[in-house]
Design a protein around this ligand. Structure first.
Ligand code: 13P
Ligand code: SF4
Length: 296
């Protein structure tokens, strides 16, 4: 299967991008693995004609927003992000009016239509820089309330929250973290900013998924507890084979991130299944918000 995929990638001038939470066999055949920011930057720069996006729907949609001339395939169209469905453009526009049209920062974990109704996007890797780039004292952030609270704690802006969250990062409790620290004495605890504030306050560092890999690689410590989706254990252990990594909780498992299989990728490349389409009027507006983030 892997050989056939490699052959199709070459024949069709395709590139395979995979998020850090994807299953190991998918990360192994990808041309690039990374966090949401790295994958969007790569998508915006590739010369490939086809981008096979192994991640969830909003990630592939972001690639279409940036590269409308390319074919972007999500090999399993059922792979979505529950947090992205916690905001829609109508509700966002109502809230904007209520708040007097203050600027809106939208996490990339959102639909193209929500991005189109926003001023700028952010990812977990650049949220503080994005917030600081806004020339206003008050901002509305969607959809992740935890990411927004993290930004509020690290900038001087008043940030209005949207009541969205990642169902997996949001389930981590202080009790889980305290137990993991007891089980792995001396390990540093690295948390993703999608975790709630009481978890972030127990952390030694707060990082995006690729930020965690870099942090562990540069650290003098030899063991780490990861406050993020358990799929990260694979690329981080591969990048730092001499170090030990532990999941803060087995509850942090995102089934959508595991929906794409090698067979889906092969079928998708053979038949161009899973093509992502974004209506042009939405794409143009969403591009403004995504492009501002990438330029920054
Ligand atoms: P990163 O951008 O940090 O990889 O996070 C994406 C995501 O969906 C986290 O749950
Ligand atoms: Fe969405 Fe959470 Fe899954 Fe990331 S881990 S894709 S935020 S549901």
């Amino acid at each position: 299967m892997k050989e056939r995929i490699k052959q199709l990638v070459k024949e069709k001038n395709a590139i395979i991008l995979a998020h850090n939470y994807q299953p190991p066999e998918i990360q192994d055949i990808a041309d690039l693995c990374g966090d949401s920011l790295e994958l969007s930057i790569k998508a915006s720069k590739t010369d490939a004609d086809i981008i096979v996006f192994c991640g969830v729907h909003f990630m592939a949609e972001t690639a279409v927003i940036l590269c409308p001339e390319k074919t972007v395939l999500l090999p399993n169209l059922d792979a979505g992000c529950p947090m992205a469905n916690m905001v829609n453009p109508m509700a966002l526009n109502e809230k904007k009016i209520q708040l007097g049209n203050i600027p809106v920062i939208t996490y990339v974990n959102s639909s193209a239509a929500v991005k189109a109704a926003s001023d700028i996007c952010c990812t977990s890797a650049n949220v503080i820089d994005v917030v600081n780039s806004i020339d206003a004292k008050e901002i509305l952030m969607t959809p992740d309330k935890n990411l927004a609270q993290y930004a509020a704690a690290n900038t001087s802006k008043k940030i209005h929250l949207w009541d969205g969250y990642c169902p997996f990062h949001n389930t981590l409790t202080p009790k889980d973290v305290i137990q993991a620290k007891k089980d792995h004495p001396g390990a540093l605890f690295i948390a993703h900013p999608e975790c709630p504030p009481d978890i972030l306050s127990l952390s030694d560092s707060i990082q995006s998924t690729s930020g965690m890999i870099k942090f562990a690689g540069n650290s003098d410590h030899s063991s780490f507890i990861l406050g993020t989706e358990t799929g990260l254990l694979y690329p981080i252990s591969k990048a730092c084979p001499e170090k030990k990594f532990y999941a803060a909780s087995k509850k942090m498992y995102c089934p959508d991130m595991k929906k794409i299989t090698l067979e889906n990728i092969k079928d998708s490349l053979e038949n161009l299944n899973g093509k992502i389409i974004v209506p042009e009027e939405i794409r143009k507006d969403a591009l403004g918000a995504v492009k501002k983030m990438i330029d920054l």
